[in-house]
Design a protein around this ligand. Structure first.
Ligand SMILES: [Zn+2]
Ligand SMILES: [Zn+2]
Length: 256
């Protein structure tokens, strides 16, 4: 199994996950917060065409995750998996798309991939995050979460690779020019994880199999890759490969 990102952050997210090899491989996209032209341009970096996708899986209805989903799905006739709540929030855009409902704890089997949704606290209707497996390795994905829960910790334990939100530095956010309501939303229990909180979550996980870690969904204004790296280094061993996902460049294929 391998994974790559077209871009990560509040201006748009799209993750590719692939399993198998050659003609029989399965490729899915997790979230698509970019307009179609941008997706078509960015996906060529990964030697893929949108028509080769087996479908799109959606975490929640915020535009940086769902903004490009339905247009891409209509254009390339791709099924879309999402929670009932996410569909309700985005129903008006979903006309003509093959939508399939997924829910916490019920694994989806898409070709060579098994994708297991789990519920997270975030200010969306019914947000889900996912653990993907090819039957051998496990990749855990977690962005857009206000605070960790025991359910999240259990879902992400024992993964071989993790993509984890490191959204903001608490001090930079507090001192930023953001209006007070936005600061409280981001730092609140249904907002986003600070570097410190992400590191605490990471520390609480079973990391015995962890080989790769991607820090994702960094705030452009209220974080820096250096601050993220400092927090990560306090927790993970040196043999874990650490990558920081960018808004424009995402990151290149990584083996799970
Ligand atoms: Zn987001
Ligand atoms: Zn969100």
């Amino acid at each position: 199994m391998r994974f790559a990102s077209l871009g990560s952050g509040s201006d748009g997210n799209a993750l590719l996950i692939s399993a198998g090899s050659g003609k029989s491989s399965t490729h899915v996209m997790l979230d698509c917060g970019f307009v179609m032209r941008e997706v078509e341009k960015r996906i060529t970096r990964f030697q893929l065409n949108p028509s080769e996708l087996a479908g799109i899986i959606v975490t929640h209805e915020h535009s940086d995750h769902i903004g490009g989903v339905f247009k891409l799905a209509r254009r390339y006739k791709l099924p879309v998996w999402l929670s009932h709540g996410t569909l309700e929030a985005a129903r008006s855009d979903s006309e003509g798309v093959d939508v399939r409902i997924c829910r916490d704890g019920e694994a989806l089997v898409i070709g060579d991939l098994e994708i297991r949704p789990f519920t997270v606290p975030h200010d969306a209707r019914e947000p889900l995050q996912y653990v993907a497996s090819d039957g051998v390795r496990k990749l855990g994905v977690l962005t857009d979460i206000g605070q960790p829960t025991p359910h999240v910790t259990a879902a992400l334990s024992g993964c071989d690779a993790l993509l984890l939100e490191f959204n903001h530095d608490s001090e930079m956010l507090a001192n930023s020019a953001y209006p007070p309501f936005l600061k409280s939303r981001i730092a609140g229990p249904l907002g986003h994880l600070s570097n410190e909180h992400s590191a605490q979550l990471l520390a609480a996980l079973d990391r015995s199999k962890l080989k790769r870690l991607v820090a994702a969904h960094l705030s452009k204004k209220n974080n820096t890759p250096e601050l993220v790296r400092t927090e990560i280094d306090k927790v993970v061993d040196q043999d874990v490969e650490v990558v920081i996902a960018g808004q424009d460049e995402g990151f290149d294929w990584m083996e799970c």
